[in-house]
Design a binder for this molecule. Sequence first.
Ligand code: NI
Length: 139
Amino acid sequence: MEDSMLKRFGVSMEGSLLRKFDHLVKKRGYENRSEAVRDLVRDALLQQSWEDDEQLVAGSLLLFYNHHQRHLLEEMTAIQHHMHHLILATMHFHLDHASCLEIIVVKGKADDIELLSNQLTSLKGVDYGKFTLAPVEQI
Ligand code: NI
């Protein structure tokens, strides 16, 4: 059999999880569950591909935080200056009196980017961090 041919496999999951999945399938406009699963698998594989440490990757880091948290701004700035060679741009949005959203666009070796991401998202006062990356062709 050719690899491009569709193959079937069984999936078991809790009823509550399946209901949520079906809701997602409908909301995103997939034709059926299979199409949704294929898309999710492709996405997971793409995210995992940069786990090869030497891979050149680019992407963005979203950080939601409270700027009233003591020392947070100083620490965040110090980390970014220390790893300035990985950072292409930083955008800052003041969401309300206390909350900030910072978007950091990065490019570099996967393990360096992962270190930067871990250092920033683990800071006290960072409520939520989301990292999206894709591999970049090596020249
Ligand atoms: Ni702000």
